[in-house]
Design a protein. Structure first.
Length: 489
């Protein structure tokens, strides 16, 4: 289920402000104490902790709604659990988690949920605070109304738990909307492949009716190939430089009497500087942009099955430290997740194919490609160059069709596959008609004289020649026709 959180500021009088503060401090106090106990005694069983603490806090805070006590204990359990898990992995260096702020959870009985969801235009709610139920007015905004409209049309549901949260002395209600996946007719097949600095895209537009396939204007059937610039690698490089400068500047302040230095990267000072740079925010912004671009129209989206830790398998045979670092900084998983989320929301469907040989085989001739002196460009022994990324996205498309299973992309598999087993079967996500269409489009692509040229993004000679550099740097929409068919040198 897809969730979206929407924060709405509360109209707060001085009296309400005081009330909210006291509820918050009681709630935070409970969370902190329970977390400290749980971590110290290594107890993370919710029932056990509830048994130990519930009556104690009911006595201590008699006017606090009992549900808030229960929720505070539950929240503490979650915090303690994740802290212990992180400690086990060696990711923490403090003995206890520092709980600085909490969002107070109001379950269905502690706020006016029933009335709220029945309303066409809710502008206020009621909260149970220290023995009294308070009316609270909301400062609603466009984003809230957008999701509320979806609730009214049945495309979304409002979760019954409400969170109240303070930030910079303002109070917010956080509503959680559960979105229902949309059902749409796919209009495109989009394959994408994530690289260090670009996302390569291969797009086939689908004819509105399958009957059109036969006499469909062939030029529309040829897959469009292009790359979206992300520059994750460049971004990482830049931040790496800034990072080093900051370390150099801070270092003198952290000299030990012995003449050694404290590891500056672990200091609070350093973290403060890094936070100001907002590297993660910037990266996330770009991730969202790409996800939005790929899911603009309802489509069948194809991507490689990345596995659990894509970076690790990629850097296996790369020696250079700097490049390893950059690949690690490429947000493969975040991008995949963002595309998945957006796809659900907008009625697209994701289909994952194996990454086996995607960028090793010529998608036109099904022969093994050879390396050139440019990492981006591969050479087909049948006499043309192929851009590594484009080969990859076209081959992903091939993997959806029945033909190449036995041919090219999968050939020479050590493991024998019984192809009869797959005969006449199509996968459940992609309707067979569409598979047929993709197949036809790819065949057209193979038959076209220009296609090998389309596949080559540029002459290997005028690239910046950086070996193993993992991403097309200078190409945004670099499609060119007809100039790159070169015979073997
Ligand atoms: Zn070829």
């Amino acid at each position: 289920m897809l969730c979206r959180a929407v924060a709405v500021e509360l109209e707060v009088t001085r009296e309400l402000n005081r009330l909210l503060y006291s509820v918050e401090s009681a709630y935070l106090g409970i969370v902190r104490e329970v977390v400290a106990y749980a971590v110290k005694h290594n107890v993370t069983n919710a029932t056990q902790l509830h048994g130990l603490f519930y009556s104690k806090y009911r006595l201590e805070y008699p006017s606090l709604n009992s549900q808030l006590v229960i929720q505070a204990i539950r929240q503490a359990v979650q915090i303690a659990k994740s802290f212990i898990a992180r400690r086990r992995k060696g990711l923490v260096n403090k003995p206890y988690p520092e709980v600085k702020a909490v969002s107070i959870r109001f379950v269905v009985t502690t706020w006016s949920y029933e009335e709220f969801v029945k309303s066409i235009a809710p502008v206020r709610l009621e909260l149970s605070l220290l023995g009294v139920r308070r009316v609270v007015w909301l400062r609603l905004h466009k984003r809230f109304w957008l999701y509320w409209w979806r609730v009214l049309t049945g495309e979304a549901e409002l979760a019954s738990t409400l969170m109240i949260k303070r930030r910079l002395n303002r109070w917010y209600a956080v509503f959680i909307f559960k979105l229902k996946p949309r059902q749409e007719v796919p209009q495109r097949v989009v394959a994408f492949d994530i690289n260090e600095n670009t996302v390569a895209v291969g797009r086939i537009n689908l004819a509105s009716t399958v009957g059109m396939v036969a006499d469909w204007n062939r030029q529309y059937m040829v897959p469009e190939l292009y790359a979206i610039k992300t520059d994750f690698g460049k971004l990482a490089k830049r931040y790496e430089r800034i990072r080093n400068t900051i370390i150099k500047r801070l270092k003198p302040g952290f000299a030990l009497p012995s003449g050694n230095y404290v590891n500056v990267a672990n200091t609070r000072e350093f973290r403060k500087h890094m936070k100001r740079l907002r590297e993660e925010d910037r990266k996330l912004g770009r991730v969202r942009q790409v996800a939005s671009e790929l899911t603009k129209t309802p489509a069948i989206i194809i991507t490689e099955d990345l596995g659990k830790n894509p970076q690790e398998s990629m850097i296996e045979d790369i020696g250079k430290d700097e490049l390893r670092h950059r690949i690690k900084q490429t947000p493969f998983k975040a991008l995949e997740k963002a595309v998945g989320d957006k796809a659900l929301e907008r009625g697209s469907k994701i289909f994952r194919v194996s990454s086996y040989r995607n960028s090793r085989v010529c998608p036109v001739h099904f022969v093994r490609l050879e390396e050139t002196n440019d990492w981006h460009t591969l050479y087909c022994p049948l006499g043309h160059y192929v851009d590594r990324d484009y080969a990859s996205v076209i081959n992903m498309n091939w993997k959806l069709t029945p033909e190449p299973w036995t041919k090219g992309v999968w050939w020479n598999l050590r493991k024998k596959i019984d192809w009869k087993e797959y005969e006449g079967k199509s996968n459940p996500i992609i309707p067979y008609e569409i598979v047929k269409y993709i197949h036809a489009a790819l065949k057209t692509f193979m038959a076209s004289k220009e296609s090998p040229a389309v596949l080559a993004r540029g002459c290997p000679m005028n690239h910046h020649r950086i070996q193993n550099e993992g991403g097309g740097e200078e190409t945004t929409h670099a499609l060119q026709g007809g100039e790159e068919v070169r015979s073997a040198q």
